[in-house]
Write a protein that binds this ligand. Structure first.
Ligand SMILES: Cc1cc2nc3c(=O)[nH]c(=O)nc-3n(C[C@H](O)[C@H](O)[C@H](O)COP(=O)(O)OP(=O)(O)OC[C@H]3O[C@@H](n4cnc5c(N)ncnc54)[C@H](O)[C@@H]3O)c2cc1C
Length: 219
């Protein structure tokens, strides 16, 4: 039961970090090290750490930049593959959380809904949805580490005649865990990093077509 259910009883922290993907995690560790006299808190709308690397579960998921530059300077990437598989990055982020005790600072299932700044008190008032209950936080600093895409719905352009497709239509953001594409004909739309599952699927099935406008981003 939360007692911060009104702006007057808001929970205060010096720094509020929104999101516990790679960015929020990195920000928290740096804050702990460089500003030990400042308290901070993280809110995460999901129940897990890792953001992108927890949400996307399609076969063959991997980074497209090398982990020596994408990883943290305080935790050098030591695995053999520099272009890393999704599960290895998930491990890396979760390991970071455990090594630095970040999990204890996270309020999971807390989604930031709005933020308003008061110049008078130099604080943000944050309105947060905590599983259907509205709760409030205040902070002097607000670090938005919430990523760049819509967690609820992946980008899905309209395609004429889509209703005529008899097969299974899959978006990489919501890849069904049990999807069996063995022996299926696979059409991949797009050629960026997320085109990889289709290509993987194609290796196990028969890759029929890919719309290759640019050089494939994941090569
Ligand atoms: C397949 C794939 C491969 C990629 N490869 C690379 C790569 O090689 N190099 C690269 O630079 N980038 C890559 N990216 C982009 C990738 O998203 C970023 O590298 C990085 O993981 C982003 O981390 P982040 O913490 O900024 O955001 P995210 O991973 O998106 O995490 C944001 C977090 O904020 C939470 N959140 C969002 N809104 C709210 C809210 N309102 N309230 C509370 N919590 C909220 C989310 O639940 C999530 O946990 C890739 C992306 C994909 C999908």
């Amino acid at each position: 039961m939360n007692n911060n259910t009104s702006p007057e009883t808001a929970t205060h922290t010096n720094v509020m970090i929104v999101g516990v993907g790679m960015s929020g995690m990195g920000a928290a560790v740096h804050l702990q090290k460089s500003c030990p006299d400042r308290d901070y808190m993280l809110i995460e709308r999901r129940e897990a750490i890792g953001g992108t690397w927890d949400l996307f579960r399609y076969p063959g998921i991997r980074s497209d930049s090398d982990m020596h530059t994408l990883g943290y300077n305080f935790k050098p990437w030591k695995a053999e593959k520099a272009i890393a598989d999704g599960p290895a990055i998930w491990d890396y982020v979760n390991e970071t959380a455990d090594e630095h005790g970040i999990r204890d600072q996270v309020r999971f299932g807390h989604k930031l809904v709005s933020a308003s700044w008061s110049s008078e008190s130099a604080t943000w008032l944050l309105t947060v949805d905590a599983g259907g209950e509205t709760v409030y936080f205040t902070s002097h600093f607000l670090l938005m580490c919430s990523g760049y895409y819509n967690y609820d719905a992946g980008h899905q352009p309209e395609f004429d005649g889509r209703e005529n497709v008899k097969g299974t239509w899959v978006h990489p953001q919501f890849w069904p865990e049990q999807l069996d594409y063995t022996g299926k004909k696979v059409v991949v739309i797009g050629s960026g990093a997320a085109a990889r599952p289709g290509a993987e699927a194609g290796a196990h099935a028969r890759l029929v077509a890919t719309r290759t406008v640019h050089e494939a981003g994941w090569r």
